[in-house]
Design a protein around this ligand. Structure first.
Ligand code: UT7
Length: 324
C-alpha cells in the first residue's frame, strides 16, 4: 500500500521581533496595561514576530514552501498538491494555496485551503496523506501560515499578547513505507464560542466581530484533556506505546498547557519541542514552525517518531504520528 513520508521541512518568520517589553510599552501608549513578568509567568512567551502591514499570509506561506521544497530536494514542478492551513487567508477567494501555487510558478495540481484554526496543520497534513494514500497525489506541500496580528484586538490584553505571525511547511511524498503512521481529527462545534473570530465580509462591509475572542481558561482546560486523549488514540492506532515517541511537537499556545500535557502523558520535558517562547502562538503555523526548528537544530533526525498535535477554535483538535 502507498503511504506518505515527510521529506523536507521549511519555515519563514517576518523579520520584526517584538519582545514582551516592547509590546508592553506599545500597549501602554493606548492605556492597556501588561508586563513581561505577567506574560512569561502565565504563558512562557518572551517575544513574537509580527508582520508589517501589507505583508500577507500567502507571502509568508510561499517563503516557507520554498524553504521546504529546497530542503526536500524536489523540483517545484513535481508538486501536484498544495494545502494551506490558515484562518487569516489573503482573500475570501481565491484560496491562499492558489496564490502560493502561482508564486511557485507551477500550475495544474490541486490547491486549496483548510480552515481548522490552530488544528489546521494536523487537518491539512492528514488530508494530504489521505489523498496520497488514495493515489490522487504524489508530492504535496502542506503549509500552516498566519498573519494573526490582523485579527487581534490590541485593546484586549487577555488575547493580544498571545499571538504572532509566521509560516511553516512540509513536503510530503508518496512512499512504499508509510511515514505518517497514525492520525486522528476531531471537532466539537458546540464549543465555538470559547475561541472565535465571528466576523465576515458581506454586502460591502464587515459584519459581526472582526477580532479574535477567547475564554482562555475554558480553552486551557479543554486543550489539555483533548490533546491527551488524542495522543493516546494515535499511539493505539499505530500499535506503539507513548514511551516510543521520540519527540512531541504540540501546538504552541502556552508553555503551561504543554507542560500539563507532558505530565498527563508521562512524557518528559526533554522530549517535547517548545518554541512558543520565541514565536508565541502562530495558530496553524505553530506545529510546522516548531517541527522545522527542531529538525534544523538537529534534535529531530531521520528515523525519529514524532507526535504532532493541534488544538484550537472550532473547537478542533487532532494528532499526526509520523516516522521521519
Ligand atoms: O491556540 C489555542 C488558543 N489559545 C490557548 O490555548 C490559550 C489558553 N489559555 C491560556 O493560555 C490562559 O488562560 C491565558 C494565558 C489566556 C490566561 O491565563 P490565566 O492564568 O487563565 O489568567 P486569567 O485569564 O485568569 O487572568 C488572570 C488575571 C486577570 O486579572 P484579575 O481578574 O485576576 O485581576 C486578568 O485581567 O490576569 C489579568 N490579565 C493580564 N494581566 C496582565 C489578563 N491578561 C493580562 C495581561 N497582562 N496580558
Amino acid at each position: 500500500m502507498t503511504g506518505s513520508v515527510i521529506v523536507g521541512t521549511g519555515s519563514f518568520l517576518p523579520p520584526r521581533i517584538v519582545s514582551n517589553d516592547m509590546l508592553a510599552a506599545e500597549l501602554a501608549e493606548r492605556g492597556v496595561e501588561t508586563s513581561d513578568a505577567w506574560i512569561v509567568e502565565r504563558t512562557g512567551i518572551r517575544q513574537r514576530h509580527l508582520a508589517e502591514r501589507g505583508v500577507t499570509t500567502s507571502m509568508l506561506a510561499t517563503e516557507a514552501a520554498r524553504s521546504a521544497i529546497r530542503d526536500a530536494g524536489v523540483e517545484p514542478a513535481e508538486v501536484d498538491l498544495i494545502i494551506v492551513a490558515t484562518s487569516t487567508p489573503d482573500f475570501v477567494f481565491p484560496s491562499t494555496a492558489c496564490l502560493v501555487q502561482a508564486n511557485l510558478g507551477i500550475a495544474g495540481g490541486a490547491a486549496f485551503d483548510v480552515q481548522a484554526v490552530c488544528s489546521g496543520f494536523a487537518y491539512a497534513l492528514t488530508t494530504a496523506d489521505s489523498l496520497i494514500q488514495a493515489g490522487r497525489a504524489k508530492c504535496a506541500v502542506v503549509i500552516g501560515a498566519e498573519v494573526f496580528s490582523r485579527i487581534l484586538d490590541w485593546n484586549d490584553r487577555a488575547t493580544c499578547v498571545l499571538f504572532g505571525d509566521g509560516a511553516g511547511a512540509v513536503v510530503l511524498r508518496a512512499s512504499e513505507q508509510p511515514g505518517i503512521i497514525a492520525a486522528n481529527l476531531h471537532a466539537d462545534g458546540s464549543q465555538m464560542k470559547i475561541l472565535c473570530a465571528a466576523g465576515n465580509v458581506a454586502y460591502g462591509e464587515v459584519m459581526g466581530d472582526p477580532f479574535l475572542r477567547m475564554d482562555g481558561q475554558s480553552v486551557f482546560k479543554m486543550a489539555v484533556n483533548v490533546l491527551a486523549q488524542s495522543a493516546r488514540e494515535a499511539c493505539e492506532s499505530a500499535g506503539i506505546g507513548l514511551e516510543q515517541i521520540d519527540w512531541v511537537v504540540p501546538h504552541q499556545a502556552n508553555v503551561r498547557i504543554i507542560n500539563a500535557l507532558g505530565r498527563k502523558l508521562g512524557i518528559p520535558a526533554e522530549r517535547v519541542v517548545i518554541t512558543v517562547d520565541q514565536h508565541a502562538n502562530t495558530s496553524a503555523a505553530s506545529v510546522p514552525l516548531a517541527l522545522d526548528t527542531a529538525r534544523r537544530d538537529g534534535r529531530i533526525g531521520t528515523g525519529s517518531t514524532v507526535l504532532m498535535q493541534g488544538v484550537g477554535g472550532g473547537f478542533t483538535w487532532g494528532s499526526v504520528l509520523a516516522r521521519l
